[in-house]
Design a protein around this ligand. Structure first.
Ligand code: CP
Ligand code: NVA
Length: 326
């Protein structure tokens, strides 16, 4: 399975250790359409044949740097590395001299001497980008202010497994449009050529920034931002929502944010406007009664736990791909 676009090359990509250009995964658009489709197919294959890959990263080490909390990302990366025969190091920003006694650039240069691949969860993607620019190993954005590409790869895998045509579907995202997961969902639909409606409030705090719309406009997919939740949901194949309080936002702001975002809550009425076989997704963590009602997230159209599980399989495929092993 060699993705198209690499004529004469037996490997999809050659990376720095073989003398070629290294690839990082910061936004989903760091992958070409063919690469996204290839990695998703591989993630499904790895899920079905985990033992075949049990030694593929033997002797390799993943560094996992966290500034924000996590359940799924930490567990799936660490478990994934173990299941591929490698090792993962958890490293909290709290324990590091980063930003106090040490620059990002020095951290990246030193870490690259020890480990083979790095994932970073930080508030500012600009920090992850600076790290990547100074690293000599692949770097993955594992959630920043601007992106969550591993989540979106797991989401696309889930959509495909649930029978959705990810190159032609209509995805409706409802809620906070000024949001990392939203941006990468939009970018993914743009790159794949599918349609993404974002239903969100018009005010700047929750609206999609122009810069993200500009990025998406370079790709063939259709991206529509609407402030009408029903328009967004109508005839959608996938209804997606995300938390109303991102990591780092004080919990005291929840009720005020909820007041503004309530018209974009995913409830049974919204689900009834989508296609009858539409699936409901949320990257989690989720708050019942806020971004979706309990009957939706715990109902028959919800695929949120398959979606969470696929973080493991998709990230195995991503790490293998970035390390030139697929
Ligand atoms: N969806 C996701 O990234 O979950 P965590 O914040 O628990 O890692
Ligand atoms: N948008 C959410 C995603 C959590 C995985 C956040 O930033 O907290």
């Amino acid at each position: 399975m060699v993705p198209p676009g690499y004529p004469g090359n037996p490997h999809p990509l050659l990376y720095n250790k073989r003398g070629d250009t290294m690839k990082h995964l910061l936004n989903i658009t760091d992958l070409k359409k063919e690469e996204i489709l290839y990695i998703i197919d591989k993630a499904i294959e790895i899920k079905n044949n985990p033992e075949k890959y049990a030694k593929s990263l033997e002797g390799k080490t993943l560094l996992m740097m966290f500034e924000k909390p996590s359940l799924r990302t930490r567990l799936s990366f660490e478990t994934g590395m173990t299941q591929l025969g490698g090792h993962a190091i958890f490293y909290s920003f709290k324990d590091s001299p980063l930003g106090k006694k040490e620059t990002i650039s020095d951290t990246a240069k030193c870490a690259s001497r020890f480990v083979d691949i790095v994932m970073i969860r930080a508030y500012k993607q600009s920090q992850i980008r600076e790290f990547a620019e100074n690293a000599s190993v692949p770097v993955i954005d594992a959630l920043s202010d601007m992106a969550h590409p591993c989540q979106i790869m797991a989401d696309l895998q889930t959509m495909k497994e649930k029978g959705k045509d990810i190159e032609h579907m209509k995805l409706a995202y409802l809620g906070n449009g000024n949001n990392n997961v939203t941006f990468d969902l939009m970018r993914a639909c743009a790159v794949l050529g599918s349609t993404c409606y974002v239903g969100c409030p018009a005010d700047e705090e929750f609206n999609v920034p122009e810069s993200v719309l500009d990025e998406c406009s370079k790709y063939p997919g259709k991206i529509v931002v609407t402030h009408d939740a029903e328009e967004a949901a109508r005839d959608a194949d996938v209804i997606y929502t995300d938390t109303w309080v991102n990591y780092g936002i004080p919990v005291e702001e929840l009720e005020e944010r909820a007041r503004k975002l309530k018209p974009y809550q995913v409830n049974q009425h919204i689900m009834s406007l989508a296609k009858p076989d539409a699936i409901f997704m949320n990257c989690l963590p989720a708050m019942r009664g806020y971004e979706q009602t309990a009957d939706v997230i715990d109902g028959p159209q919800s695929v949120v736990f398959d979606e969470a599980e696929n973080r493991l399989h998709a990230q195995k495929a991503i790490m293998l791909f970035l390390l030139g092993k697929l």
